[in-house]
Structure formats: C-alpha cells, structure tokens
Design a protein around this ligand. Sequence first.
Ligand SMILES: [Ca+2]
Ligand SMILES: [Ca+2]
Length: 258
Amino acid sequence: MTGESIRMKKRTAHKFRITVFLLFIISGIIQSPIIADPGVRDTLRIGSIEMKENRTAAVPVYFYNDEELSAVLVVLKFDPEDLIPDTFTLAGGRLNFMPDDTAVYRDSANFVELGIFDLDGISTGSGLLCSLYFKAGPHSGGEAHMVDSASWPIPPPGRLECSFSDMNFSTILPEFVPGYITVTESYMCGDADANKMLNLSDILYLISFTYLDPPGPAPVPLESGNVNGDDIINLSDILYLIAYIYIDPPGPEPICPD
Ligand SMILES: [Ca+2]
Ligand SMILES: [Ca+2]
C-alpha cells in the first residue's frame, strides 16, 4: 500500500470516527440513560488562573474517573463581555496521545462545548483533560470571572451538559467544580502615577522614586516605570520618557517589559 493510500485510509477512518461521534453526541449521550456514578464520584474541575487584560491564556480542565469511559463532554458558560473563547488542546494531559482534531470543539459568544471520545476506552485516572484558551476582554480587569457548567434541553427530550459516558454509553454526571479567571488591569507604560496620562508628573514621579532619600512612592505597577524595558528603573528610563514626551520628533515609544 502506498503512503498516499495509507493517508487516505487514515483520513477516511478519521472522518468516520467524527461522524460516529457527532451521531453519538446527538442521539446517544443526550438520550442515553443517566446512571448512578459507580464507585467514587467522578469529577470535572475547571482550574483557576490569573491573566492580564487583552491577553490570551490557557484554563486547565481536570477530570477524575474510576470507570472506563467512551466519551467526555464539557459544556461551559461564562460572561461574554469579559471572556472570549479561543480553541483548546489536549497536549500535556491524560489524553495527550489523541490528536486535537479527534475531538469536537465548538464555541460561541457565551459557551464552549468540547466532546472527546475514544471507543477503545479512556482509562481510569485523575489529571489534566485539556487546556481551554480564553482571551480577557479590554475592560475585564480587576475582577474574577467564573467559568461555570452550562446545561440546556435538547429535543427529543435530552439535555446538553457536562457528562461522561461509560463503555455501555450510559451517562454519568460528574461532580462539577467551577473555575475563576482573575484578570489584572492593564497599565499604560510610563504612566508611573497611574492616572492614565503620560506627562511631566510621571517624569517627576520617576525622579522622586529614583533619586529622593527616602525614595518617593514606587510606580504603579512597578513595571510601568521601566520605560526602556531593561532590568532596572533608573536615569535611562527618565531620559527615555523625557525624549518621548518632549523631544520633537519624539523619541521611541515606551516599551515596558511584560
Ligand atoms: Ca501619568
Ligand atoms: Ca529601565
């Protein structure tokens, strides 16, 4: 068999698995009987992280199961004004061996749905299921935003929600633990006195912090005073800021480190 025909066969097999899974999602997990979770209660837990406004970061999702599973369905909701979902990966988790494109991922303004299946069986264990990427919106700072489980009815009659499916395609509802994304407010580089303006007062603020004894108050946050983006706050930063604000044409833009 040639390399091309092997690839074709793999692609066909992959499409078949996706189709089976979609059918499974639509007609199987939704209508399959919900059974009492055997043994220890399974869990699905969203990790909590910190991130900055306008940045993208990975939220870890963990799961525990003490019976073999054929599928895991994750359905989450969040505040769409503050969080924007953006892809996922199984890399680094218990299902690391599965390519991402064997899972079914959908997102919209206010929910994420991730379906993972393995008809060979997802073995028992505890650890990382996947990482879900979220971008924090421009005005999301200064708050912790919840990533919670979502659930809604689907005909005929079914329910789309976080659930596991055992090897008999019976549905198990794991204990769900929500996570929080704490977003820190972004700052303006060079705005040492944190009043959202770049002007003489920032230069004087940096001079007082750098040269007075005892030193004046520190820039807020400290990184905002490191205008030239090197390792320290010193005379170079003051001169850099003066050049940017007062010289014509202006010096280079402030480049505070992340
Ligand atoms: Ca300022
Ligand atoms: Ca510096």
